[in-house]
Design a protein around this ligand. Sequence first.
Ligand code: NAD
Length: 522
Amino acid sequence: ASATTTAATSPAQYPTSHDQVSQPIDTTNFLDNQFVPSKATQWIDLHDPATNNLVTRVPQSTDEELKAAVDSAEKAFPAWKATSLLARQQIMFKYVALIREHWDRLAASITLEQGKTFADAKGDVLRGLQVAETACGITTQMQGEVLEVAKDMETRSYREPLGIIAAICPFNFPAMIPLWTIPVATVTGNTCIIKPSERDPGAAMILAELAEKAGFPPGVINIIHGSAKTVDFIIDEPRIKAISFVGSNKAGEYIFARGSAQGKRVQANLGAKNHAAVLPDCNKNQALNAISGAAFGAAGQRCMALSTLVFVGETKDWAPEIAERAKALSMNGGFEPGADLGPVISPQAKKRIEDIIGTAEKEGATIVLDGRGQKPEKYPNGNWVGPTIIANVTKDMTCYKEEIFGPVLVCLNVPTLDEALELINENEYGNGTAIFTSSGATALKFQKEIEAGQVGINVPIPVPLPMFSFTGNKKSVAGGGANTFYGKPGLQFYTQQKTVTSFWRSEDAVSTRAKVDMPTQS
Ligand code: NAD
């Protein structure tokens, strides 16, 4: 079976419930602004995580299709590079307006394929849209620098596009993460190839449809599908100049090493274990609400989810109060009104998360709230894990050492702030962290001494807005975090600097002898 696209074509067609799709339509590639059915022989079944009904089949794009995407992006590049900055900006304005217009439709696709609640899916789209909105300021961002070195000599720097960029995306933010690449890469004059997660490519397909409507010429944005085979193609294709990867350490460290060895630019955001230190002087109610929301929202499947709590001093007795708040959350199908968290992505993820909870029990931790075996009545076949709180955890336990990526909060106890700092700094990941306190001096000490890339002070998920950059640290980024996503470093990643020094002397040269010593312009 094959047809045009997973993207519904009118608002009436987008899903508003988890009802079984009567005739699942195969996901297509997007090449030269066309939805092209794949000739794949291997297909990946995509199931609604709330029901495990089949939603679509995602192709393992063929070698010819992968090559066709690169041919298309290569062909489009010279004219796109030569398109005036203001014309590219106009297309971006239209793109931004269209994404806002199709916001609900994009979110519905995410809820159906990824499982997160509709309200949360709208946030996924909005965080990506904000990157696109900021990219509209390209006319200022692309300005170079100029220095008059002498009265007849000047040096200028320009930013030029690299050529073809590829983005390899994870399952947990099907709209936001493609939108970390598409706006910044294209507005700066590159063409790009997006490989969405094979587990939820629907939002990326809608983004492609909107890109065509906004006026992006054929080939500027292409979409191909598949898993490791497609990734290897991207790494090895010499015409692709840069790779933007977001996902797990296993895949990302491999892509960074092999891509860098081929001379490509690679930016790679990886896994996390985000800790929050809770101090006795914090605003307790605000902190406990913030912690429950950040631990269990999106079923804990955010790279900035707050998965690890460090109770300082007497706050160790607060776990039951967090459990009360967690119990009040509604786990349900993402389209259901009032749903707070949906299912996890797959039956395998559910099993892995439950197994880790089992290890905590065996290793001597206290299960304060156990989400295993819970399910909403209406969706008995989904991948459900309810909010889980594990207390009295120690550093050697499996539940502390592994990224759980589910609705599980692990809690450790330390007597002082210094020990909290030491514990968090010792952890190999350094994506985000937070402190809850009402003391400015304590917050400042934490801010200065903590080794994590994104710090929240009474803010549980401190994801930087697009005018800043997503600044993970330690094992949460490959390559030491030199190439971060969006903001000024994002612009830097997608552009090559060129520096031109020119000399225009009005008088004729007097000497006829060539100078051979090192020019120093002094
Ligand atoms: P994943 O690594 O399994 O998949 C990400 C992408 O890599 C997919 O497109 C997939 O097809 C590809 N891939 C998977 N295995 C591969 C392999 N062996 N070889 C080559 N390519 C491979 O990640 P995921 O499960 O989709 O996403 C969850 C992970 O992403 C978590 O670890 C989470 O912390 C991380 N994440 C990090 C950030 C961040 O900004 N730091 C943001 C979102 C997600």
